[in-house]
Design a protein around this ligand. Structure first.
Ligand SMILES: Cc1cc2nc3c(=O)[nH]c(=O)nc-3n(C[C@H](O)[C@H](O)[C@H](O)COP(=O)(O)O)c2cc1C
Length: 321
């Protein structure tokens, strides 16, 4: 059940992608997703050097024999990112699937990736970006709606409206997401025509997710009202969990503060303190509205299989109506 063009194309058991997460999508998290039957996506931009990144890819390959992807970051970044260095590792290590995400299409890499026989998935937030990805040879496109944890873009289209629009507009398979945290959302997106579903927020409380238990607990306690969009004024809109730091960023934006001032407060280095030491007011964490559906800390396998199991039950119920 739930075999789709995406399971076939990527060689995965379930049509579920555990989205890349800055600072978190290292070998352990990605292997947990892959071993659970989903596609795990390793971040590259969190590795300062090509060597560090290569070591982590090797470690991941030791931890799973299932398919995984690597993300190339096309968002504006605090430090200069040379994706060509990560690409060299991707080629050297025989990575078979690359996901790109960011403010632009991967024009400069698409041809190169295709020549190496690598499957390219581009993640974006609108019909026109999906069409552009298709036009440069992407094999699949991921689209995430306004509910999404992390970067939301500026179009603010809800998942319910965005996914079928993109499905109708492109010929390549579509992976949809933003707000999916259980079998109901998963099945709904398949009903909208998606061939795969991407999740992020609901895996923040996976046992394998490297954030502090205190942070996992506040996410469990949070509801769909506890997220907000910040950094729109610096063209970097992100949906995050509301804490005093997120509110401070919003306040600075109201006062038309500049990039440097905002970034100082929202910097990734501070988030690391929050993630590792459980200092809840040290930084910001991306988080989607689906957090309201997140109820307990569980192994990744249980989260993924729970989604599929619930969707199966639901589809059987629907079939008899
Ligand atoms: C903590 C966190 C960090 C994220 N970091 C990134 C990132 O660096 N690059 C990216 O393309 N997407 C990032 N995302 C988005 C996810 O890959 C995924 O698209 C999203 O979480 C799916 O929506 P959901 O959170 O509503 O399930 C992040 C999401 C979260 C929750």
């Amino acid at each position: 059940m739930f075999q789709t063009k995406i399971t076939e194309m990527l060689g995965i058991k379930y049509p579920i992608v555990v989205g890349t997460m800055m600072h978190l999508s290292r070998a352990e998290m990605v292997a947990a997703a892959a071993n659970a039957g989903a596609l795990g996506v390793m971040a590259s931009a969190i590795f300062q050097t090509k060597e560090e990144f290569q070591q982590e890819v090797k470690k991941l390959k030791d931890m799973t024999d299932r398919p995984f992807a690597v993300n190339l970051n096309l968002f504006p970044a605090m430090r200069p990112i040379d994706n060509r260095e990560y690409l060299e590792v991707i080629f050297d290590e025989g990575v078979k699937i690359v996901e790109t995400s960011g403010h632009k299409a991967p024009d400069e890499f698409a041809k190169n990736l295709k020549e190496q026989g690598i499957t390219l998935i581009h993640k974006c937030v609108g019909v026109r970006y999906a069409l552009k990805a298709q036009s440069i040879g992407a094999d699949a496109v991921t689209v995430v709606g306004y509910e999404n944890g992390g970067a939301t873009g500026t179009l603010d289209i809800t998942t319910l409206c965005l996914v079928p629009r993109v499905v109708d507009a492109v010929k390549i398979p579509v992976i949809g997401g933003g707000g999916v945290a259980d079998g109901r959302g998963f099945l709904a997106l398949l009903a909208l025509g998606a061939q795969g579903v991407i999740v992020g927020t609901c895996t923040l409380v996976a046992e394998e997710c490297p954030i502090h238990p205190k942070l996992k607990q506040v996410l469990i306690d949070a509801t769909e009202l506890d997220t907000m969009i910040i950094m729109r004024s610096i063209q970097n809109s992100h949906r995050v969990w509301i804490n005093t730091v997120a509110q401070k960023v919003a306040e600075l934006e109201k006062q038309q503060a500049g990039l440097a001032e905002i970034v100082k407060v929202a910097a990734g280095e501070k988030a690391k303190k929050m993630f590792q030491e459980g200092e809840l007011e040290a930084g910001v964490i991306s988080c989607g509205q689906g957090v309201g559906l997140v109820k307990k800390i569980r192994p990744m396998k249980e989260i993924i299989e729970g989604i599929v199991h619930q969707a199966k039950e639901l589809s059987q119920k629907l079939a008899v109506v």
